[in-house]
Write a protein that binds this ligand. Structure first.
Ligand code: SF4
Length: 311
């Protein structure tokens, strides 16, 4: 198949200069969202800004079905940021369970402490104040401001980036890391009206999660199939650098997970020998443990024992 002509990757021209197309995308995707949005606890009014923030930390690298039980338990244990701030960071790591990438638990704890100290215990509404919280990056600040407070921000997660790459830019996958061109495109596509912009952020994300998935996209039930540049171009194959894999077995991440599982179960300091049992290869095991200590996820104690961090 001959590769069709497509707009340059760094040009959002077909969005920014085509306001009717953008408006059509907004109304179509938002209408679809109204009918198809999943009923998720962090989308309910009672979740509040803290519930939204917790969910955004958890969902960044973990699927919804694994997040749901931990989210519910977390909000029961710490219904407000100040409740979490009062507990040791190690308790956040313990409650994080098997969600993976546990530094997120420490970052969420750090954000809760800052919210308690600087903002009277309320998640700030202002985007700059959100961004200034420890552990909160561009994505999370935009997501909380948009989903919790209905503000107008470009919210670029992997699902949204994939939808924009396909529907607008006309390529199968976005670059491995978010580019300036993608941010520009996202801003160009953002509805002017604040409320519509917030709906659009949630709706385009849901479309990527449920329909325009990384593999086996469901174009036959996609509300923007008629406008999708990649589909209309005959779905040209991905031409960019290889996509990052998600290997886990045998990696240091797996060993770290096993070591942390032992420490999460224990409520008293754990001797080195108990940690040594979780992985057969001593060099990799030591490297993984050193990494956990360096990341502040594990506290070494005199006498060669370890625990989750108290401070
Ligand atoms: S038509 Fe297919 S590829 Fe295009 S946005 Fe919809 S699901 Fe994705």
């Amino acid at each position: 198949m001959t590769a069709p002509t497509k707009p340059p990757a760094d040009s959002p021209a077909n969005a920014s200069s085509d306001a009717p197309l953008a408006q059509l995308l907004h109304s179509t995707v938002i209408d679809w969202f109204d009918d198809n949005a999943r009923d998720l606890p962090w989308r309910r009014p009672e979740a509040g800004p803290w519930g939204v923030m917790v969910s955004e930390f958890m969902l960044q690298q973990t699927p919804v079905n694994r997040v749901l039980p931990v989210y519910e338990q977390w909000l029961t244990q710490w219904p407000r940021p100040a409740d979490l701030a009062k507990d040791a960071p190690g308790e956040a790591v313990r409650a994080w369970g098997r969600l993976g990438y546990p530094r997120r638990a420490l970052r969420l704890h750090g954000a809760a402490v800052a919210i308690a100290e600087r903002h009277g215990g309320d998640v700030p509404t202002d985007h700059a104040q959100l961004l200034a919280l420890p552990g909160i990056g561009e994505y999370t600040a935009a997501a909380v401001a948009s989903f919790a407070y209905g503000q107008r921000h470009a919210v670029l997660d992997t699902n949204v980036r994939r939808v924009f790459a396909r529907a607008v830019t006309g390529v199968q996958y976005p670059p491995n890391a978010t580019t300036a061109a993608e941010r520009k495109l996202a801003r160009a596509l953002l509805p002017e009206d604040e409320r519509t912009a917030a709906r659009w952020a949630a709706a385009s994300m849901e479309l990527g999660a449920l329909v325009c998935t990384a593999k086996n996209e469901s174009c036959q039930r996609c509300p923007i199939a008629a406008q999708c540049a990649w589909r209309l171009a005959g779905k040209p194959e991905h031409e960019g650098p290889p996509r990052r894999g998600q290997t886990y077995a045998g990696t240091d991440r797996q060993v770290r997970g096993k070591l942390l599982a032992v420490l999460r179960e224990a409520h008293t300091p754990v001797p080195q020998a108990a940690l040594d049992r979780v992985w057969h290869e001593p060099v990799q095991r030591a490297r993984a443990l050193d990494g956990l200590v360096a990341d502040g996820l594990v506290e070494p104690l005199p006498g060669g024992t370890y625990r989750l961090p108290l401070t």
